[in-house]
Design a protein around this ligand. Structure first.
Ligand SMILES: Nc1ncnc2c1ncn2[C@@H]1O[C@H](COP(=O)(O)OP(=O)(O)OP(=O)(O)O)[C@@H](O)[C@H]1O
Ligand SMILES: [Mg+2]
Length: 148
């Protein structure tokens, strides 16, 4: 578990992950409303040269950066039957870019090997727990460890 004292710490950890990703990587962002998922993506995207927006209306935003970034927010998606039109199947594992999905616990959209980031509120601050669900996910989780 990694302590994130303020929003800058969340952004900085996103930037740290950006330094280790490559095309085809997939990242799940899980946590309550306001836990810091979009803040993490903003730090990640900024480190790669892009500005993240909240994917409110589109559900999927694409940013052209050093790699493509596909930023997905499943909060407003109501039914799994609406998933095909988002085209996530094609994006998952696409070597041209990295897929980051907020509310990834709501629907099963990520490849089995991904990095899962769980953000939690602890009073005014946040904590983050990184778990790899396969070899590549574990590699990325290890890169986030303090001192790695
Ligand atoms: N480590 C932190 N400590 C305190 N505040 C933080 C931290 N990280 C982010 N925040 C703040 O929490 C608020 C919510 O952040 P953010 O929008 O990233 O959450 P979210 O998980 O994407 O929420 P939603 O579920 O609504 O999409 C923002 O004001 C942000 O600056
Ligand atoms: Mg958000």
């Amino acid at each position: 578990m990694i302590a994130l004292a303020d929003a800058d710490a969340t952004r900085a950890l996103g930037a740290r992950l950006a330094a280790s990703v490559r095309g085809g990587d997939a990242i799940a962002l899980v946590g309550d409303l306001g836990a810091g998922k979009t803040t993490f993506v903003a730090g990640f995207a900024a480190a790669l040269g892009a500005e993240a927006r909240s994917p409110t209306f589109s559900l999927v935003n694409e940013y052209a950066a050093r790699v493509l970034i596909w930023h997905v927010d499943l909060y407003r998606l109501e039914r799994a039957s609406e998933l095909p039109e988002l085209g996530l199947d094609e994006l998952a594992g696409d070597p041209r870019g990295v897929l980051l999905v907020e509310w990834a616990d709501r629907f099963d959209v990520l490849p089995s090997d991904h990095l899962q980031l769980v953000l939690a509120h602890t009073g005014d601050t946040r904590t983050l727990t990184a778990t790899g669900t396969g070899p590549r996910g574990r590699e990325l989780a290890a890169h986030l460890e303090p001192g790695a």
